[in-house]
Design a protein around this ligand. Structure first.
Ligand code: SF4
Length: 328
């Protein structure tokens, strides 16, 4: 089997700039590399947090629509919803039985999430890394695109693969991190990573008016109180975003204008808005086309689940054989 690369994303509704620049843009590029690329909307993982069941379908379809609008090509790379391939949970159960309890308790992700949702520390939150391992191992994926902050999660999946292989014979490749140079996008508060839960995002579907409005109140260099004060672009998130969305000439203009106090922050933000709006335009156009043909999105998910399940079934047949599980 050729190299398989697996990536998953939670159905958090619309994508924002942080998701796009930090992950999805890279996924789109990876499709040009040899191998098979599998993209999964991990709705079962989303159940471990507080959520509204009435919103789940909408959020899942929004996410799928955004991924397709960004350039995930379902003809080349299966895109599907985790709960549509039941083998994910079946393999997770098997992997639970080779995963030491103590290993999961030490995961910083569990500690962080428990602290954030103290009244909902459910067992799924604890065994989340096992389902994550199942997501990857089910496709015998050899590589997983991750940021440096996710390497610990992948190490747990590698460890679980090792434990299964040692007990039942080599079956799963140990998935390697495909470390990518993706920027960490700080939100409009200028402090935290851009995140829907923090409320500091610009979503990919945002209108020009909203993009301009949100940027106009975004945090800048806090020491620059008046237009006549020189600013420090190196500590200003607006400048960081310019390096992504604006031309080299404009970035140089921002730096000179900021340090020399010859431009105001509102002008600087308005230039940034020009770049953000221009970058989002083709995605929004493609999104409008998809919204006009919702069957296209659902068909892509259905085809993606079928393609993913073909591999998943093959893996589970081998897993059951290793375990001596008998099927009449
Ligand atoms: Fe930031 Fe631009 Fe204001 Fe300088 S001029 S502080 S880079 S927003």
């Amino acid at each position: 089997m050729s190299d398989i690369i697996f990536s998953g994303i939670q159905p958090s509704g619309e994508l924002h700039l942080g998701n796009w620049l930090g992950a999805v843009q890279n996924w789109v590029r990876l499709q040009d590399r040899p191998g098979k690329h599998i993209y999964c909307i991990v709705d079962l993982h989303a159940l471990t947090q507080d959520f509204d069941p009435a919103e789940m379908k909408r959020r899942t379809l929004e996410m799928a629509t955004d991924l397709l609008a960004c350039g995930i090509d379902p003809a080349r790379s299966p895109l599907f919803v985790q709960s549509h391939v039941a083998e994910h949970t079946e393999l997770a159960w098997v992997l639970n039985t080779v995963t030491p309890f103590g290993d999961l308790g030490r995961m910083t992700q569990f500690k962080d999430k428990s602290a954030r949702q103290a009244d909902n520390i459910n067992t799924g939150l604890f065994t989340y890394p096992v389902l994550q391992a199942a997501d990857i191992l089910l496709y015998r994926a050899s590589q997983v695109p991750v940021g440096a902050d996710q390497v610990q999660h992948l190490e747990r999946s590698r460890d679980i693969a090792r434990k299964f292989n040692a007990r039942y014979g080599d079956l799963f490749p140990e998935p390697k991190p495909l470390l990518t140079q993706t920027p960490k996008i700080v939100g409009l508060d200028g402090e935290a990573k851009m995140s829907k839960s923090v409320g500091n995002t610009i979503t990919l579907g945002e209108s020009e008016e909203v993009v301009r409005k949100k940027l106009s109140v975004a945090v800048t260099d806090p020491a620059r109180k008046r237009r006549t004060d020189p600013g420090n672009p190196d500590i200003c998130n607006i400048h960081s975003l310019h390096t992504i969305f604006s031309s080299a000439e404009r970035v140089a203009e921002v730096r000179a204008g900021c340090t020399g106090a010859t431009i105001g922050c509102l002008q600087c933000k308005s230039w940034l808005a020009d770049g953000v709006v221009a970058a989002l335009r083709p995605i929004q156009e493609r999104r409008r086309e998809l919204e006009a043909r919702p069957d296209e999105v659902q068909d892509a998910l259905r085809d993606g689940a079928r393609a993913a399940q073909a591999i998943a079934r093959e893996t589970m047949t081998m897993v059951r054989e290793r375990l001596g599980l008998w099927r009449g």
